[in-house]
Write a protein that binds this ligand. Structure first.
Ligand SMILES: Nc1ncnc2c1ncn2[C@@H]1O[C@H](COP(=O)(O)OP(=O)(O)OP(=O)(O)O)[C@@H](O)[C@H]1O
Length: 281
């Protein structure tokens, strides 16, 4: 084969590398502002927040009480519309709720007339998934969340922790693009809360589902999160994005690690300043 001289190669001969599709983060919150108007009085709850949540990351929102954390999650869930700005999931703008977003709230939101199995199965059945496929998926999530032995129980027979397991299993079974969790362990006693954190760590490390998680608990935020968005006092703005430099798999005893303590100190400082700023106004 002859040698191709460099001079023989023209621009039109060069086959460009296929451009890698730019990887858009799954969730983009762009310049979102939210005002509530009640009886003629307008309150700015969220003031121009922009956040990109990378795919397959566990993102956590922390901030002073009333800074708009739940409001932001509700906007992503499509349960409310921003006053301005937009929210994109993939390349679709969010308007209204949809099966691409799974929600787990602090209050228990199971259907009381359905068993554990039927609760987990609900969304799949609604989508018309065949029974055999449904059963396989439901069994998998019942096992993963330690609910297999309780599959025939009704919500009223379960403790708060068990009900939240069902809510998590139900959300995951629907295979949403993102899981939105609003203080899901906020109503649980501290022991149950720890056990739920362990469970969520284990389940999340298996699926790496994109999560947006709201909490007041800084230890919980660091333990679970890859990235923590710290908000200012109301009107909520993004104060700082803190990346958690702690390897996975994680365990609850990591709260004693120097890296954990350093991140905690950083977040507490950010929040302390925020509350002080707020008091001074
Ligand atoms: N439906 C509503 N109508 C009017 N004001 C509202 C409404 N929902 C929330 N607010 C106000 O908006 C602000 C943000 O509320 P939000 O519940 O989102 O904050 P949060 O950070 O989740 O609070 P917390 O940490 O206490 O749960 C608060 O001042 C709240 O009183």
């Amino acid at each position: 084969m002859g040698v191709v001289k460099a001079s023989a190669v023209t621009a039109s001969d060069v086959v460009p590398f296929p451009e890698a599709a730019p990887t858009q983060p799954r969730l983009r919150i762009e310049d979102v502002r939210l005002e509530y108007t009640t009886r003629g009085k307008t309150v700015v709850a969220i003031d121009n927040i922009s956040i990109d949540v990378p795919d397959n990351e566990f993102a956590v929102i922390v901030g002073p009480s009333g800074c708009g954390k739940s409001s932001l999650l509700y906007l992503v869930a499509g349960l409310n519309e921003p006053t301005s700005g937009e929210i994109l999931l993939g390349d679709k703008e969010v308007h209204g709720p949809g099966p691409d977003r799974g929600m787990v709230f602090q209050s228990y939101t199971l259907f009381p007339w359905l068993t554990v199995r039927e609760n987990v199965e609900f969304g799949l059945k609604r989508r018309g998934m065949p029974a055999a496929e449904r059963e396989e998926i439901v069994n998998r999530y019942l096992n993963e969340t330690g609910l297999a032995a309780f599959h025939d129980a009704y919500p009223k027979q379960l403790s708060g922790g068990m009900m939240q397991r069902v809510a998590i299993a139900r959300a995951l079974a629907n295979d949403p693009k993102i899981l939105l969790m609003d203080e899901p362990f906020g109503a649980l006693d501290s022991q149950t809360r720890s056990s739920m954190q362990r469970l969520l760590l284990r389940v999340w490390e298996q699926h790496h589902k994109t999560v947006l998680f709201v909490t007041h608990d800084i230890d919980e935020a660091i333990l679970l999160g890859d990235r923590i968005y710290v908000m200012t006092a109301r009107p909520g703005r993004l104060k700082e994005e803190v990346v958690v430099p702690i390897a996975r798999p994680r365990s609850l005893d990591m709260v004693m690690d120097p890296a954990f303590i350093a991140v905690k100190r950083r977040i507490l400082d950010l929040l302390k300043n925020e509350i002080k700023d707020d008091d001074e106004h």
